[in-house]
Design a protein around this ligand. Structure first.
Ligand code: SAH
Length: 215
């Protein structure tokens, strides 16, 4: 798999578009500039890779819109060597962005096919992350606590198990709402049992579902 001069040029334009849309975190923009998004999609869709839109993957799932990836990554306030847990690996693009920002990434996917493919993609690009096949509702307590947890699927409510896996000062970034629209929510763990919520606009994700799909 290779990056191309043309794709690099398209990424620079995408970064400028994201700046105009209000993304100001330079570390996030740098990661979007260097991670070749087209290699996370079917090669037939190269022309779609650097348009600011979500795009279908296999198994009825989607690779998030670059703007959405940028917003969630900014809200996480990632610092180098932060431990970040992602629920909903999908293509692995968001995981690669976090890895490119220097985070230690743990990511869970409930579709076996996507889990296998994403792992292959990141490895071939030289990004490291720990991949898990399973239901992300329970998180991964054995590797926590985390500086940040990011959910890239629509949740109806905050999974309590995930809050318990945040460090004090850690941030959970989660789209909460119905299947048609969700509010991007940040929950900061301010103490052992105290949490602060803030809201950051409306988004649309595929649903966060229980159980696994072995295919
Ligand atoms: N972050 C992805 C976008 C993923 S779309 C990317 O960068 O491409 C949402 C993903 O969440 C889908 O792949 C879906 O299968 C997965 N998902 C939904 N509910 C889940 C759960 N309970 N545990 C783990 N993954 C889940």
């Amino acid at each position: 798999m290779t990056d191309t001069f043309e794709a690099k040029g398209k990424r620079k334009k995408l970064v400028e578009e994201l700046r105009l849309k209000g993304i100001i975190d330079e570390d996030v923009l740098r990661a979007i500039d260097i991670v070749p998004r087209h290699l996370f999609m079917d090669p037939a869709f190269l022309s779609h890779a650097y348009v600011d839109k979500a795009f279908p993957l296999t198994s009825g799932q989607t690779i998030s819109q670059p703007y959405t990836v940028a917003v969630q990554s900014s809200l996480l306030k990632v610092k180098k060597r932060d431990k970040i847990l992602e629920i909903g690996t999908g293509s692995g693009y968001q995981a690669a962005i976090l890895a490119a920002m220097g985070a230690k990434v743990y990511t869970i996917e409930r579709h076996r096919e996507l889990f296998v493919k994403a792992q292959r993609t990141l490895t071939s690009l030289g990004y490291s992350a720990d991949f898990f096949y399973g239901d992300g509702y329970e998180g991964k307590p054995q590797y926590g606590p985390y500086d940040g947890i990011i959910i890239t699927a629509a949740a109806q409510e905050i999974p309590v198990a995930l809050l318990q896996q945040l460090k004090t000062g850690g941030r959970l970034v989660i789209p909460i709402g119905s299947s048609s629209s969700q509010v991007m929510t940040v929950v900061i763990r301010t103490g052992e049992e105290s949490f602060e919520h803030t809201e950051h606009g409306n988004f649309i994700f595929v649903p966060m579902l229980k159980g696994t799909v072995n295919g």
